[in-house]
Design a protein around this ligand. Structure first.
Ligand code: ADP
Ligand code: MG
Length: 303
C-alpha cells in the first residue's frame, strides 16, 4: 500500500514507529508536513498541494495532528477526505475530540460515566454551580487545554470563584470553561487505554511524580503497565466509538462509583509502547490494512 502520515515531526517517536512498522509490512510510506501544505479552492475544484505538487491518491492517510495546530491540520484532513482519500481519523472526529465540552456532552449522552460537569459563562452562579457538584474542591478546565495545562484544582469556593472570574476575563474569545467534580479518591493517577478499532491494544496507569493532581506524562508523570477490568475495557472501546475515532487514547479515572472517562485523545502518543512493551504502531498498520477503502464512511454521530 501507499501510506501517507500527516505529521509535522518526522523525528517523533510515534511517527518513526509508524514508518518502521509500515515498512516492515512492505508498505511505501511518505511523511507529509501538513503545516507546509496549502489548499487551493475554487468552484468545483479543491486540491491540497505539498512541495508544489497536488497531494493525494494514497491507499491510506494517517493523520497525526498536533493539538496546537488542530484548525489548520483538520482543514487539510477535511480537504483530503473531500478528494476521496481514506483518512484513518476523520477531520470531524479530531475536531470533536479537541473540545472537552463537546466531548463530555457526547459521552454523557451515550451513557458513559464522566466526572459530573457544569458549564457557565457567569461566575455569579458560583454557589449554584458548586452545589450541583457537591461543593469544593472542584476542577476547573479550559475546553481546549492539553497536556494538563489549563486544568486547575480549586480547593475552596473562594478559589473557584476567583479562578473562574480570571478565566472568563482573559478568555473573551470564547473558550468554554468546565467545572468538574474532583475525583479525589484517585487524584494524581489515571489510566490511559489505547484503542485501535474495537480493541484495547495497550493500557497503562499514570502517576504524577510529585503531589500534583495531574498525572499527564508531559507534567512529569510516570507510567506502569496495568490490566484493565472488563468494565474499563468496555468503557474505553465505547468512548472511542462514541467519538467516532478508530484510534484513540482514552483517559479513565477509577472512582468509587466505577470508571469515569476524562477525555478521548485523537492523536495519542506512543510512549505507551515503551511502558507496556506492546507493538501499538504495528496494530495500527494492521488496522489500516484491513480497513483502508476509498469509500468514505459517513459520520452519524450528529454532534
Ligand atoms: N475531575 C477530575 N478529578 C481529578 N483529577 C482530574 C480531573 N480531571 C482531570 N484530572 C487530572 O488532570 C489531568 C489532566 O486532565 P485532562 O482532562 O485529561 O486534560 P488534558 O487534556 O490537559 O490532559 C488528568 O490526567 C487527571 O490526572
Ligand atoms: Mg488528558
Amino acid at each position: 500500500m501507499r501510506i501517507a502520515i500527516l505529521s509535522n515531526g518526522p523525528g517523533n517517536y510515534s511517527t518513526k514507529r509508524l514508518v518502521e512498522e509500515a515498512n516492515k509490512r512492505g508498505h511505501e510510506v511518505e511523511i507529509i508536513k501538513y503545516k507546509n501544505c496549502y489548499i487551493s479552492i475554487e468552484q468545483g475544484s479543491n486540491q491540497v498541494f505539498y512541495k508544489g505538487e497536488p497531494l493525494g491518491k494514497y491507499d491510506a492517510i494517517i493523520p497525526r495532528i498536533a493539538s496546537y495546530m488542530t484548525k489548520y491540520g483538520t482543514a487539510i484532513v477535511r480537504q483530503l477526505e473531500m478528494q476521496g482519500e481514506y483518512c484513518l481519523s476523520r477531520s470531524l472526529a479530531i475536531t470533536r475530540a479537541r473540545d472537552k465540552l463537546r466531548s463530555t456532552q457526547l459521552l454523557a449522552k451515550y451513557n458513559i460515566d464522566i466526572p459530573k460537569t457544569v458549564v457557565s459563562r457567569d461566575s455569579g452562579d458560583i454557589d449554584q454551580l458548586l452545589d450541583q457538584l457537591g461543593g469544593a474542591p472542584v476542577i476547573i478546565k479550559l475546553a481546549s487545554g492539553t497536556h494538563g495545562n489549563g486544568v486547575v484544582l480549586a480547593e475552596t469556593k473562594k478559589a473557584a470563584k476567583s479562578t473562574l472570574q480570571a478565566f472568563y476575563l482573559t478568555n473573551e474569545q470564547g473558550t468554554n470553561i468546565l467545572l468538574q467534580e474532583f475525583i479525589k479518591e484517585s487524584a494524581g493517577t489515571d489510566i490511559r487505554a489505547f484503542v485501535v478499532g474495537a480493541k484495547v491494544v495497550a493500557s497503562m496507569k499514570r502517576q504524577s511524580l510529585d503531589d500534583d493532581f495531574r498525572s499527564n506524562l508531559h507534567k512529569g508523570g510516570s507510567g506502569t503497565p496495568i490490566k484493565l477490568t472488563p468494565e474499563e475495557e468496555k468503557v474505553a472501546i465505547k468512548a472511542a466509538k462514541v467519538m467516532g475515532l478508530s484510534i484513540a487514547g482514552v483517559d479513565i479515572m477509577r472512582s468509587e462509583r466505577g470508571p469515569l472517562v476524562l477525555e478521548v485523545n485523537a492523536s495519542p502518543g506512543f510512549g505507551i509502547e515503551k511502558v507496556t512493551g506492546r507493538n501499538v504502531a504495528g496494530k495500527i498498520i494492521e488496522y489500516v490494512e484491513r480497513n483502508a477503502t476509498r469509500t468514505i464512511r459517513k459520520d452519524r454521530i450528529g454532534a
